[in-house]
Design a protein around this ligand. Structure first.
Ligand SMILES: [Zn+2]
Length: 390
């Protein structure tokens, strides 16, 4: 269904809930047509596979008198992201039985960028001092001209700015394609960025789930109640998230009903307490992957040199030409065979097989079109994904 700007703006003003000292749980504003209503959405379920990696650039913009957030705090937050998007804490016990068939794991992996836009080594963390009070309350934080830090190429990096919002909101994301390139990304309030160890005293938003929620928006997801909290026919456009007429702000409910059915109070795209946010649905995951495919295919990254899970396995392309790739899987683990699948961006398997560690494998590609391919590699508990171009 297509929603008018009027409806969207009304929804923002009518439903944007306030918390404590006017601190918004989420300040994301949707101002574009519904991506989920696009006709391509229903045709891309095959894309819903394989691990996708994303490189983050963290812009920390603080005033000289503010406590600097540590590198460890940034790593803790990334650990929360990977746990959420790789389903590490998802178990049957956290999923209501009513939703068991709808819930799935996105298989997205996040790492700090290891190369800057010029190909130079980087930590993926940019620290800038600013004289601007509450720099993160506006997009001022996204530009050095206004006291902030300029985005790195948004087609290749997920830009995340951290600064003081002055208590205006906890996190805010841009929807795909909705704003100029250089403004695309996520702003996080400095007081709510990190993992549980960093957010003591910040309950109920103390487990680092806000950035998971904001990444959901960044990849095209709406809140589960869509653009209206009062109209049950206006939902998020996703079939397997039930229509909802509550934000569940400041609550942690196992079971709640609106719009004549049980609500997904544990869905990451609600305002429930961090302790309760636990899952995305298959429909949400399919939409996120579609958005990545449509808007940001170059975002898909190898997270170069960084394993998604584990540290034994190293995958190297030894030779490449139009006939295919010669790949070597080096691993200290000699016990488990290595399984590999090469996908195109449509999610179709092009080549797959298994091999022993430290063997070379040729992936024939002579009939495949030029473009981006994803090589997913699994050995035992270890997983990797590499982006290959031809
Ligand atoms: Zn939100």
């Amino acid at each position: 269904m297509l929603r008018s700007l009027v409806h969207i703006w009304m929804a923002i003003f009518l439903t944007a809930p306030l918390f404590g000292q006017h601190l918004q749980r989420c300040g994301t504003i949707k101002y574009q047509d519904d991506i989920s209503s696009s006709s391509i959405f229903s045709t891309t379920s095959a894309w819903n596979r394989g691990v996708l990696g994303f490189e983050l650039v963290i812009h920390v913009v603080q005033m000289p008198n503010q406590d600097p957030i540590s590198d460890q705090q940034i790593l803790n937050q990334i650990e929360v992201l990977n746990a959420a998007f790789m389903g590490e804490q998802l178990s049957q016990s956290t999923i209501p039985a009513a939703f068991a068939s709808s819930i799935d794991i996105p298989n997205f992996s996040f790492c700090l960028a290891t190369q800057d836009p010029d190909g130079q080594p980087t930590t993926g963390i940019i620290r800038k001092e600013t004289e601007v009070i509450h720099i993160a309350a506006t997009d001022n934080i996204k530009s050095s001209f206004t006291g902030g830090s300029d985005a790195w190429d948004p087609s290749r990096y997920v830009n995340i700015w951290i600064g003081d919002t002055g208590g205006l909101f906890i996190g805010r994301a841009t929807f795909p394609g909705a704003v100029p390139e250089e403004n695309q990304g996520i702003i996080m309030d400095v007081n709510y960025f990190g993992g549980a160890a960093d957010l003591i005293g910040k309950a109920p938003y103390n487990l680092g789930k806000t950035l998971v929620h904001e990444l959901g928006h960044f990849f095209g997801l709406e809140h589960t109640w869509g653009s209206s909290l009062t109209d049950c026919s206006m939902d998020d456009g996703i079939a397997d998230t039930p229509s909802t007429a509550s934000t569940y702000l400041n609550t942690c409910l196992n079971e709640a009903y609106t719009c004549g059915s049980m609500d997904m109070t544990g869905n990451f795209m609600t305002y429930s307490n961090d302790a309760c946010l636990a899952y995305f649905t298959k429909g949400q995951i399919a939409l996120m992957r579609l958005v990545i495919l449509q808007y940001r295919p170059e975002l898909i990254s190898t997270c170069v040199g960084q394993d998604i899970q584990g540290a034994d396995l190293k995958t190297q392309v030894k030779a490449a030409d139009l006939s295919g790739w010669l790949v070597q899987f080096e691993s200290a683990n000699a016990m488990d065979d290595i399984q590999y699948v090469l996908y195109n961006l449509g999610g179709q398997s092009i080549v797959s097989g298994s091999t022993e560690a430290n063997e070379q494998v040729f992936l024939p590609m002579s009939n495949a079109p030029r473009g981006i391919y994803i090589l997913a590699v699994v050995q035992g508990a270890e997983k990797q994904a590499l982006k290959l171009f031809r």
